[in-house]
Ligand binder design. Sequence first.
Ligand SMILES: Nc1ncnc2c1ncn2[C@@H]1O[C@H](COP(=O)(O)OP(=O)(O)OP(=O)(O)O)[C@@H](O)[C@H]1O
Length: 334
Amino acid sequence: MIELRNVSVAFGPVRALSDVDLLVAEGELVALLGPSGSGKSTLLRVVAGLEPPVAGTVVIDGRDVTYEPPQRRGIGFVFQHYAPFPHMTVRENVAFGLRVRRARRELIRRRVDELLAMVGLEKFAERRPHQLSGGQRQRMALARALAIEPRVLLLDEPFAALDAHVRRELRAWLRRLHDELGATTLMVTHDRAEAMELADRIAVLNDGRLEQVGPPGELYDNPQTPFVRDFIGDTTKIGGVIVRPDELELSHTPIDEAAEAMITRIVDLGPEIRVELTLADGAPAEARFARRRFRELDVRSGDVVWVRVAGDALVDQRPAGRTRVSLASGSAAS
Ligand SMILES: Nc1ncnc2c1ncn2[C@@H]1O[C@H](COP(=O)(O)OP(=O)(O)OP(=O)(O)O)[C@@H](O)[C@H]1O
């Protein structure tokens, strides 16, 4: 378990983190999500012991480690650009942490074999790092971090340097590995799809402060601040109401509470179709549909349609949320 209490970090006049409280439960995978410069890496480095906080406490598995050096915290750390030892083989790189801890040779051999099998690199044990692909190198980095059997795994954008396809594969693989090992994992990403797919909970950072922490679906449906709402998913405005584009429905014929709009463009995104609209007052809006649903709609660019918030859309009264208003009194009436 990782617990941060009131943690603040400053670099001279720059406040990188302000009063951060965060609890990552045993075996949980939490993603730190936020824009560039929001303090994600700094938070991870505080947990690792690489950055001293100016205030606050770091607790790992019930032990106050605020003043403990990194090597005594029982953590594994994987960076975005992993720098392996180029002159050592994959096997030697993975064994490194165990060797400096003076583990017995037989134990090292067995453990490294297990790890290489776990990350699917058995066949590459005798290669040197430059003979691996980017994805294989990051898997080696994970094996190396896992060698000391850490209770806590810290990942700083481990797949950011890889292409989208490999990244998606490694994502699914990492989630399985995490579940098998039961480690407590904190992972930095600025990719919201990665955070939504991988994490049990997402912690959204903005300007050194935690805006909201919760399961992906909760952040999407119930953002507590405008920042979280906009950062965690797209929004569109219709009749003064801010909604997710997938919460709109379209009709060829006038329907209750709907606004009249013209379809200006249809963009095929693969699994989803984006329908760009211009409302009667000239304001732009967009709706999104799953492929099959879109086909049923049978709409084309240039069509005049009626658009409204779907009946089953989540609507709440908070400022960051959405308020159901009658669209008939908005642009549709004119
Ligand atoms: N060593 C440092 N010295 C001075 N300022 C720093 C240092 N490290 C980070 N900062 C500042 O602290 C703030 C948070 O940086 P941090 O690297 O934690 O952000 P991040 O969310 O990880 O960003 P990115 O996604 O771009 O990596 C930024 O304003 C950054 O400029």
